[in-house]
Ligand binder design. Structure first.
Ligand code: 6R9
Length: 659
């Protein structure tokens, strides 16, 4: 890794505007440095202060960080609190009972608003109902729901009772659902009859039936069903119960169960390097603290802001930046059921205009597809909407190529709004490396600097620091409150995956390669296994992708390595053009043009040996490109892996064809 040379040539810097800095929650480099210095000087004192100032404890902690059994760190571990109390009740006590908590925008465009008072009442009634069914602290519930107020209610109700939830994204298959029910040992499943996406009904409850038919789910006593569409569903009388019947007649007050700070709030499954998903276990207090602080810091949230994160609650982004962080911060947020392209490609912009959204958080893959859509359909270009309410734009999930960044900044943000490119992971619980809108000069494509208290660094194979400008492994040298506590049921795997002995067993290994420029800014090069070695030169797949996407014809590109006799590895590029997929002679001509382009942008070494054109790329339902599959396709091998998590499996065959 130490020989990675960053070949990104991005040099533009966008400094924060003085008027923004003046009003920012963390104001200017001096404000940022003061917090970083405090953390350096007195690490535990820094975190203790923040935890005391920002959370309501039913039993105050006296111990801050327990490092006696690394890497099983504990935070605030003699303290007690309730997460739902800290997200809801606190706002009733401070005069915000009637403030809107959620503006729910359904697929068909109707809007429902709930205030903090109403949301608390719903959470309490549902929690009381679950309690009446015999559930209690320590039980595990699987939540398999569409984007809805009900999903937030279900998660918060679990938190209120100390029931550990595990949300399974509604797009996941019955098989994935069954595996998670079994692994987490769930005794309760909360689902819906169907979900609505892009004007279509998609069944959910039938997948639960299918999962049960696969066996292993015998511990599940009840299936609670939210009636979303009223569609016909099979019913098991002893086991199934409607959500509205569970809530009916229940009191609007439910005493929160005070749990230990380390109590597992949730387990969320994520892909690892092997086929079996890992159940990432998060804590209660440490997790919530960072969810709350990062909402205030990264998005510069103000009391009157309208905030919108487009993620699904099935992903970590939806957990931290919809269900927990914004509510703990007392924000008003949009929760959106639908998809960005329905009824047309202007839906996001129309929603920002309609609800006067100030803080907008989405994924680079969404931005890239909207760039494409805006070019194909000029009426739905963001310039045709009033987006003047926007103040901060965010991205998450993958590196953003500078071209998409610039489009986002100019076309969506009107050249006025800072773009916070937030690097973090399911395992980190919240933002780790990100610009702060009133602090950091922005460089398109860089997630810039670590947040205060986050000891991010880049090291070599032996765990030694590398010099600025040299690439390496991204690590976090000290524990932080919202970190993963373990892999559910597999502490050994937790240790091996994230605290490898080669690095001394003390550094958290993120699994990303990264580089730091002369200003100390971090540039994420993609997953370690996505770094290519071509003729002894290391290349980030992301860098080649950035170069390709910079070409005027290219909408999206994914690059993988393929073993090559001559050069060790060869670059294979999968490309989606802004126009129809080219074939034959035309395809060959455009491929040549793109090769020369990459050679010009980066250097001849990065020239893709093989370019395949597709109508689309294989993506998970969360929008991540499945490079693992593309590597198989690039080698011309048959796909034997499970492709059930793919949004569009048919695309694989098309991409398998050489020109
Ligand atoms: C929050 C989330 C984590 C992986 C991570 C990295 C990539 C996320 C990024 C980014 C570059 C960013 N990633 N944010 N890469 N810049 N701003 O996405 O969690 O689904 O666990 O993915 O996503 O490779 O390691 P998760």
């Amino acid at each position: 890794m130490s020989t990675i040379d960053s070949v990104l040539t991005e040099t533009r810097v966008f400094e924060p505007r003085a008027d923004f800095v003046a009003q920012a929650n963390i104001s200017g480099m001096a404000g940022y440095r003061a917090l970083c210095d405090e953390a350096e000087r007195d690490f535990t004192g820094f975190w203790a202060r923040l935890a005391r100032e920002n959370l309501q404890w039913s039993r105050p902690f006296t111990r801050v960080l327990d490092e006696t059994n690394p890497p099983f760190y504990k935070w605030f571990d003699d303290g007690e609190l309730n997460v739902s109390y800290n997200c809801l009740d606190v706002h009733l006590a401070n005069g915000n009972a009637d403030k809107t908590a959620i503006i729910f925008e359904s697929d068909d465009g109707s809007t429902t608003r709930v205030s903090y008072r109403e949301l608390l009442a719903r959470v309490c009634r549902f929690a009381n109902g679950i309690k009446a069914l015999g559930y209690k602290t320590g039980d595990r519930a699987i939540i398999y729901l569409p984007m809805s107020i009900e999903a937030v209610v279900a998660m918060q109700a679990c938190a209120r009772l100390g029931i550990t939830h595990s949300v399974v994204f509604g797009g996941f298959s019955a098989k994935s659902l069954q595996e998670r029910i079994v692994d987490v040992g769930a005794s309760l499943v909360i689902t819906a009859d169907e979900q609505m996406r892009g004007g279509k009904r998609i069944p959910l409850k039938p997948a639960v039936e299918e999962a049960f038919a696969m066996g292993g789910c015998e511990a599940v006593r009840k299936v609670i069903v939210y009636r979303r569409t009223g569609g016909d569903v099979a019913w098991n009388d002893g086991r199934d119960v409607w959500m509205h019947d569970v809530e009916r007649g229940q009191p609007e007050l439910c005493e929160p169960v005070q749990v230990n700070a380390e109590h597992p709030l949730f387990v969320l499954y994520t892909s690892g390097s092997t086929g079996k998903p890992k159940g990432v276990q998060h804590s209660s207090a440490g997790y919530l603290l960072w969810a709350l602080l990062t909402v205030k810091w990264t998005f510069d949230l103000k009391p009157d802001d309208i905030y919108w994160c487009t993620a699904d609650v099935g992903w970590i982004t939806g957990h931290t930046y919809i269900t927990y962080g914004p509510l703990a911060a007392g924000a008003t947020q949009v929760v959106f059921e639908g998809v960005p392209t329905y009824p047309d490609a202007g839906r996001f912009w129309e929603l920002i205009q309609k609800h006067k959204v100030n803080l907008f958080y989405t994924a680079p893959t969404a931005i890239r597809s909207l760039v494409k859509a805006a070019e194909a359909s000029p009426p739905h270009h963001p310039r045709n909407y009033d987006l003047s309410s926007l103040r901060v734009l965010g991205t998450v999930g993958e590196p953003i190529n500078p071209e998409a960044w610039i489009w986002y900044y100019n076309q969506v943000g009107g050249g006025r709004c800072p773009v916070v490119d937030t690097w973090w992971q399911t395992e980190t619980g919240g933002h780790m490396i990100t610009p702060l809108p009133g602090v950091t000069g922005l460089k398109p494509g860089s997630c810039t600097l670590p947040l205060p208290g986050i000891m991010a660094a880049i090291v070599d194979e032996a765990g030694g620091d590398v010099e600025l400008g040299k690439g390496g492994f991204l690590v976090i040298k000290r524990p932080w409150p919202s970190m993963i506590r373990t892999i559910w049921g597999d502490p050994e795997r937790f240790k091996k995956s994230y605290y490898p002995e080669d690095l001394g067993g003390r550094y958290y290994l993120a699994g990303d390669g990264a580089n730091r420029d002369a200003d100390g800014y971090f540039w994420i090069m993609g997953r370690i296994d996505d770094v290519l070695n071509v003729s002894g030169h290391r290349l980030g797949t992301m860098e080649v992708e950035s170069a390709l996407v910079a070409h005027p014809l290219v909408a999206e590109a994914a690059v993988v390595g393929r073993p090559d006799d001559l050069t060790g590895e060869a670059v294979v590029a999968f490309v989606v053009l802004k126009r129809a997929r080219p074939e034959g002679e035309e395809g060959a001509r455009i491929a040549r043009e793109l090769r020369d382009w990459v050679a010009k942008e980066i250097g001849p070494i990065a020239k893709p040996k093989d370019i395949r054109f597709g109508d689309n790329l294989p993506k998970t339902r969360s929008g991540k490109i499945m490079r693992r599959l593309l590597r198989v396709v690039a080698k011309g091998e048959e796909i034997t892996q499970d492709v059930s998590t793919l949004e569009n499996p048919a695309i694989l065959e098309q991409l398998g064809k050489s020109l």
